[in-house]
Design a binder for this molecule. Structure first.
Ligand SMILES: C[S@@+](CC[C@H](N)C(=O)[O-])C[C@H]1O[C@@H](n2cnc3c(N)ncnc32)[C@H](O)[C@@H]1O
Length: 270
């Protein structure tokens, strides 16, 4: 059985029958609801992302953690040659059925290590997914693997939320992001819980049905500040080219809630 909370695709409520553990946090029961209308699937969200990627692409591109092709399929539909790496077979199985999706070349694997053939003008990793890699070494490996796929002067783009630490008073480790009572009882509560010592955090999704039964889904992440990512990029032989607060390319401010950063490999390295 499955339900989604309106506008919150990541809060899909699951039972685990039929899920393959190899699909990690995005097995069949999550993949089945991932493309539900609303939230991150709205054209108003997707189109600005695809616009920027289309503009940066200057040849074939590679999406790390391509998921169900939410971004890759519409980008391919514009004529960009898109490849993808994805851990979850259940998520990847949805790509080919979307407009443009049949042209996306998908490899099942881990973005920290998996290599795909070819040399790319742009590697991109969106929708907070760098944080799904929960160790610093693993995140460095993502940067290294991106650089290994890029031609000289190629670009690596990451979109990720900034940790909400400014909303943590002393002694508190939890920041709610959604509290939504249901119209007929029950409801949904979402919150992040931070460990500021280890930079580990969890996103927590509690969904309660009108009959009082419910589910608690808890997903582990690791946060890193933009400056730490700049060092990861440097370790991988890249340097910062752009840093934006959003897909509208506005500048990062103290009030920004996420960043879109683009690093470049050395254009002169042949
Ligand atoms: C939030 S979804 C984002 C999917 C897609 N990029 C999008 O924007 O809709 C995160 C995806 O990352 C995948 N993922 C998580 N860790 C991964 C890893 N180490 N290697 C490859 N894929 C991974 C998950 O299976 C899931 O499909």
């Amino acid at each position: 059985m499955e339900r989604t909370v309106a506008g919150v695709a990541s809060a899909t409520v699951i039972t685990n029958a039929g899920d393959d553990p190899a699909d990690g946090w995005f097995p069949e029961s999550v993949a089945a609801g991932y493309d539900a209308p609303g939230g991150a699937n709205e054209p108003a969200v997707v189109t600005p992302v695809v616009d920027v990627l289309d503009d940066l692409a200057d040849g074939p591109v590679l999406e790390f953690a391509v998921g169900t092709g939410r971004i890759a399929a519409p980008l391919a539909a514009r004529g960009v040659r898109v490849s993808g790496i994805e851990l979850s077979r259940a998520m990847a199985a949805r790509i080919a059925g979307k407009p443009g999706g049949a042209a996306v070349e998908v490899t099942i694997g881990d973005m920290t290590t998996t290599r795909v053939p070819g040399e790319f003008s742009l590697v991109y990793l969106v929708f907070n997914t760098i944080s799904n890699v929960t160790t610093q070494d693993g995140q460095v490996d993502v940067f290294r693997n991106a650089a290994a796929h890029l031609r000289p002067g190629g670009l690596f783009l990451v979109e990720v939320g900034l940790p909400d630490l400014r909303r943590l008073p002393p002694g508190q480790d939890t920041v709610p992001f959604t509290v939504a009572p249901g119209a007929h009882g029950g409801g949904y509560v979402g919150f992040d819980q931070y460990d500021v010592v280890t930079q580990q955090f969890t996103s927590n999704h509690v969904t309660v049905s009108p009959d009082g039964t419910g589910q608690f889904r808890r997903i582990p992440f690791r946060y890193a500040w933009p400056a730490e990512m700049d060092l990861m990029a440097r370790i991988a032989g890249m340097s910062l080219k752009f840093r934006w607060a959003d897909w509208d390319r506005s500048g990062l401010t103290a009030g920004s809630t996420r960043h879109v950063s683009v690093w470049e490999t050395d254009p002169s390295a042949a």
